[in-house]
Every structure is written in C-alpha cells, then in structure tokens.
Design a binder for this molecule. Structure first.
Ligand SMILES: [Fe+2]
Length: 286
C-alpha cells in the first residue's frame, strides 16, 4: 500500500506557476516518471495569477495541490491584504493545505531571497510565530503548516527541533520537515546531524521535503547552502528513510528539486517512491 493508498498524498513534486501546466501535459502524455507522482506542491505568491486552464489540467492528472506560500513573514508581521490574495489562489486550486517556512522573508516590499532571516529560536518568538499561524489559518480558511527554514546561523535558547515543536504545539498545526534544511541547520551550527527519536513534533509531521544542497568551503569548515537542483547525496535519503519510520502513516514526501535536470528528477522520484513503498508495506492478506 502506498502512502497515497493509505489516505495520504504520496509523492509530490515542488512546482511553480511557470512550469506546472507543462508538467501536467507531460503526465497526460504518458511520462512514466510523472506517473509515480501523487500531488503537486505549488509555490505561490499572493499576487500570482492562476491560469484559467490550470485547475482542470490538475484534475485531469488526478493531482491534488498543496500551496507553498512564498514571502510570508511568519515570525514577524503578517499582511492581511497579502493573505486575502493567497486565499483567492488557494480557493481556486482547492488547496489541501498551505505551508510556509518560518522566519523573515520580506523587508517591507522587498523579498530578501537568499538573505532571508531564520526566526530567533526563543520561547517568545515561538509564541509570536504560532499566533501568526493561527491568524493565517483563520484568514485562509484551510489548514496551515509550518516548515523549518534554511538556517545559516542560530540565535536563542532553543534548538530548531524544540522551536518547531513549540510553534506547532502552540498553533495546533502540522509540521513540514525539510531534510536539507535540517541537515544544513546542524552543519551550520556545528551540531551533530540527527533525527531526534522521541521528538514531540513527530505526530504532527504532514510532509517531508527533499531538496538538494551544496557544501562550500568558507574558512575551516564546510558551510551548507540551499541548492534545490543538486542531486541528492546518499546520506540525505538515509535521513528520509529514517524520518519515514518516525512520522505518522500517510505522511507525504515532496521533492523540491526545481531547476534540476530530468535525469536527477527521475532518479530522485524513483528512489523516494521506493522509500515510501517500503515505509508502508502492503498489509498481509489471507
Ligand atoms: Fe522545503
């Protein structure tokens, strides 16, 4: 039984409005790699426009949509106008849920891009992020889950695992666990890469993100940077395999490999589909 058959979404791919229609057409034309995909994780800004044909194309593919919001400051101040725009888009796509990385992504009207800021890892900051998540859920009218962001430095008395669990508990929301971001968090904070057994956040995990990254030599130790199209290192898939054991049944797994070559995407899809199948073996029948 696959994750999709267990009532979950199964294997997803991270796409944007620039490429989603083309990928749908590839699926409808019989692409074998895309036939293993169960849903689309669509990156959307509040001022995007959903092409009229898109909901029909997605429905033809049988692909539900998760909306990955872009440039929402979950850890500082929300803009209700932007959330109203996101609501219209999520309604048009009948989004299963919304998600966004914690932290600060926009300074006034300017997107910070690679210079985004992680949240302060404090109890007070967790409360503030949680209050924002509750507000998002109310304004958007759909579930809203929080993701651990890319981290290049950390400040505060909590670590990322504790912070994520504290936000999700206070907001009563789900967690999106990004494998690349978490591995990067440990590398960039000089702490051992781990999957925390007994972590109180596990029951809330709704989706795992799998994206490439790069290590660059800056000074005396490697620095992690987000690099979605990079081929997945073997250790990352081991991490994902272990995380699938801790996460609840039906957890989704999304490949965020935007910009990757077809060969890299095909290899990742095949490998992660296998991991999902093993994580939820077929029940023994008489
Ligand atoms: Fe992610």
């Amino acid at each position: 039984m696959t994750s999709a058959a267990a009532g979950g979404l199964g294997l997803g791919v991270g796409l944007t409005l620039d490429n989603v229609a083309g990928v749908c057409r590839g699926r409808l034309a019989g692409d074998e790699v895309l036939a293993r995909v169960g849903y689309v994780n669509l990156g959307i800004r509040h001022d995007d426009i959903v092409p009229e044909e898109l909901p029909g194309l997605l429905a033809e593919c049988g692909w539900p949509v998760v909306v990955h919001a872009i440039d929402i400051n979950l850890s500082t101040d929300l803009d209700p106008e932007q959330l109203a725009g996101l609501k219209r888009l999520g309604d048009a796509l009948d989004a299963r849920w919304y998600e966004e990385d914690l932290g600060v992504w926009v300074w006034q009207r300017m997107s910070l891009g690679l210079h985004h800021l992680p949240p302060l890892l404090t109890a007070e900051s967790a409360e503030r992020s949680a209050a924002n998540v509750v507000r998002c859920r109310e304004l958007l009218g759909r579930p809203f889950h929080v993701e651990n962001p890319p981290v290049h430095y950390a400040e505060g008395e909590l670590d990322m695992w504790q912070y994520l669990a504290a936000v999700a508990e206070a907001a009563d929301c789900g967690i999106i666990l990004d494998s690349g971001h978490l591995i990067g968090y440990h590398l960039n904070t000089d702490t051992p890469i781990e999957l925390r057994a007994g972590w109180p956040g596990w029951p809330r995990v709704r989706e795992l993100h799998i994206s490439g990254f790069q290590l660059v030599d800056l000074g005396d130790r490697p620095t992690w940077i987000d690099q979605h199209p990079a081929a997945l290192p073997a250790g990352q898939l081991d991490w994902v395999e272990q995380a699938l054991r801790y996460a609840p049944p039906g957890v989704a797994a999304c490949l965020e490999q935007d910009g990757a070559s077809e060969a890299v995407v095909a290899a990742s899809v095949t490998r992660v589909a296998e991991l999902l199948a093993v994580a939820e073996p077929a029940p023994v029948t008489a």
